[in-house]
Design a binder for this molecule. Sequence first.
Ligand code: FAD
Length: 472
Amino acid sequence: MTDRRKKVVIIGGGITGLSAAYYVQKKIKDHQLPIDLQLIEATHRLGGKIQTVKRDGYLFEKGPDSFLARKLAATKLAKEVGLGRELVGNEKGKSYILVKDTPHALPDGAVMGIPTKLSPFITTGLFSPVGKLRAAADFFIPKTKNQDDRSLGVFFRRRFGDEVVENLIEPLLSGIYAGDVDRLSLRSTFPQFLHAEHKYRSLIVGMKKLKEIHPQHGEDSEFKKNSVFLTLKEGLQSLVDGVEKAIDPDIITKGIKVEKIHKEDTTYELSLNSGKVIKADSVIVTSPHAAAQSMLSEYKIFEPLKHMPSTSVATVVIAFAQEALQDNLDAMNIAVSRNSDYTITACTWLNKKWPHAVPEGKVLLRCLVGRTGDEAVVDQPDDEIFKIVLEDLKKLITISAEPEFYAVTRWKQSMPQYTVGHHDMLDTMNEQLEKELAGLYVAGSSYEGLGIPECVEQGEDVAKKAVKYVQQ
Ligand code: FAD
């Protein structure tokens, strides 16, 4: 190791970049390392897609609503920055899938759409008798021979037939990515299904066994037993604020955009929109992939990112007084299948999921619009989107008064799509990076998982790599 102080620069102050900064700083402090750190964020706030709104006693999220409890990286980070006691688990409620015009209760025992109990599947109106018989073929169909990547659609249609895929698996699984099951990569989105098939042959048997070994809720016994999701009492922004507070303020630069990254010998030169050029020994790029590709456009390694699609979505939050609604469904969640005439792709009753976030006597709905192949709605003006969503809701529940307010948030090109071959593309890119641009790392929702815990995990991982690299 040389005596010269080394410098790590992190680009992007979303949850990935913040986690990376937190864990690089921790290493520096724990081991008294002669390393300087800087985080550069293009906007004037940190958090990226995480944005909590507090309004008239309501608390809601414009972007991500919560994170999976069983993926522990975000919980660990929250605890490390002193927010462990702020974590709160969701309440349980009824979930429905909307097919054509009919909401069907989610069959009991469906684990991410895969049946693990037989009788609810035999009695559900979600599938025809022929569809149910076809799904039962899962017990006999041999496991896939080769392990090549394939779409979720190809994989699940083979095991369960089209009806179960379209009326149950697609609305549940592709909703997370706002994607298309026939394009999303099995290996990069839900590899556990491939492993379950490999180990147990039948997915029905496999998911039942896995459910017994790894229950769905978080392993942390302090949270409500059935909470699949976690947030913080003051919203996800408080996790961002907590991490920001734990980082030395001198490290963070807001309102400055990195325009180009160029390597000169062993040093990286970062051109900023302020006209300044800063130097770094290691760079962690956590911006969405299109911005990363643009910063690094002189390097062919990143060409594949140009072809990586992203989907646009919008969240629509609507607040009502309880008496304005007559809700016979008593739903907490509705996922909408593509086999329906609705524009919303999902709706959550936030007052049921997060009672702490909604005043007594009020109903707060959060709907999503936009998914691969159906994104035009996102470009409509706010009042048009609101009208479309309200018309959809009126087909499901009786609404007899105007809402107290609504809030539309557009997320253009915000959901990276891990299409078939995504993992191979990343492997090739990382191999070439190591050879040609050693010390430069990419991380975040465009690469190894878009959930908040996966982003935190990637941030921690690249933090370790960058610190190790500059110490060589
Ligand atoms: P971002 O949050 O996009 O942050 C990247 C940052 O980089 C931004 O702050 C940006 O300004 C900055 N940047 C970009 N270019 C530059 C540049 N040139 N120079 C400097 N800075 C730059 N996940 C869940 O776990 N649970 C959910 O419920 C959930 N729901 C979601 C709902 C919606 C509507 C959306 C859009 C996403 C949802 N997600 C959810 C996914 C999750 O929110 C994201 O994957 C995650 O927040 C991404 O974090 P990130 O830090 O990788 O990227």
